[in-house]
Design a protein around this ligand. Structure first.
Ligand code: A3P
Length: 319
């Protein structure tokens, strides 16, 4: 292909500079189409919106940050690629690669001008994004688009997970500051309630196109959700695969303890992703539901619950 004259960052510098701006801990945020995106996400988002053309069997894995992205990437990859890579095989890619190195961030690819990498992925392609549904390209969300899987999580546990994650870059970051930013919506990819609802609504209207998952449900019954995921992707587990224990093998391969224990995911093993270039072990902290109780007062929990309840009222969704 031809080498672009300008990087997306240069090309859309003026667009970015004109957007409302807020600082959230280590992140410079810009308000883009109703959501606070980290500034460095915006150029890649614009290019993604303008140039991405999905294949009918593409699957976009979407999430709010810190809600189970890494796990969903692992589960979807293990299920989708199980023909080429049997989940129980010792040489499985997920045993030597971090899930973020198996499933690319679409907007990061576009930010880096690396569309050729997406073109080179074998079908069915798996890609992920933290963008809300309303910011996905029309070509993804319209009638001829592709499938989307979304994972969300109790926002209280998301706050805790986010704080631990951001503290890697800013050790003195206060929990209260992180909590407040989530409550008022000025947080990366926020407001979280608008993000969650942006996927909830199409998942109700078009369940064949948008699969809506919850982290807590994944914890409660991972196998049932792996089956749902495979079916949704158009590749249900066959009776023979069921009999061979392939579902359980996917669950085991992607389990928190298994992934956290791999050399590739241990501290000092290097970074995953270039957007934030985070140490790989940062994606595997505790992996449970309810850790919020160890970090926030009952008053804080009630306040965030109240905000979320009010925003989700009448939508049929709750946490
Ligand atoms: P905690 O910080 O609460 O432990 P994301 O992948 O969207 O960044 O979300 C990270 C959260 O998912 C972290 O939550 C992390 O521990 C948890 N997680 C990562 N891999 C997991 C897995 N295989 N099973 C369960 N939880 C996992």
């Amino acid at each position: 292909g031809t080498v672009p004259e300008h990087t997306p960052k240069e090309e859309f510098g003026d667009l970015v500079a004109a957007l409302p701006r807020r600082q959230q801990s280590i992140l410079e945020l810009r308000l883009y189409q109703g959501f606070w995106l980290p500034e460095h996400w915006v150029p890649g988002t614009v290019v993604f919106q303008r140039r991405f053309s999905p294949r009918p069997d593409d699957v976009v894995l979407a999430s709010y940050p810190k809600c189970g992205t890494t796990w969903l990437k692992a589960l979807a990859f293990a299920a989708a690629a199980r023909g080429a890579y049997p989940p129980a095989a010792p040489g499985h890619p997920l045993r030597r690669l971090n899930p973020h190195d198996c499933v690319p961030f679409i907007d990061e690819i576009f930010a880096g001008g690396e569309e050729a990498k997406l073109d080179a992925l074998p079908s069915p392609r798996l890609m992920n994004t933290h963008l809300p549904y309303t910011l996905l390209p029309d070509r993804v969300t319209n009638a001829g688009g592709c499938r989307v899987v979304y994972v969300c999580r109790d926002p209280k546990d998301m706050v805790v997970s986010l704080w631990h994650f951001l503290r890697r870059a800013k050790p003195d970051l206060s929990f209260v500051e992180t909590f407040e930013s989530v409550c008022d919506g000025t947080v990366a990819a926020g407001p979280v309630w608008d993000h969650v609802l942006s996927y909830w609504r199409p998942s109700v209207a078009r369940p064949d196109r948008v699969l809506f998952l919850k982290y807590e449900d994944l914890l409660r019954d991972t196998a049932a959700n792996v089956r749902r995921l495979a079916e949704f992707m158009g590749r249900p587990f066959t009776a023979a695969e069921e009999a061979a224990g392939d579902v359980a093998a996917v669950v085991e391969l992607c389990s928190f303890d298994e992934m956290k224990g791999l050399d590739v995911n241990k501290a000092g093993s290097g970074t995953a992703g270039r957007y934030c270039a985070m140490q790989r072990d940062a994606f595997f902290r505790k992996g449970v539901a309810g850790d919020w109780a160890n970090h926030m007062t009952p008053e804080m929990a009630a306040r965030l619950d109240g905000i979320i309840r009010e925003k989700l009222q009448g939508t049929g969704l709750d946490f």
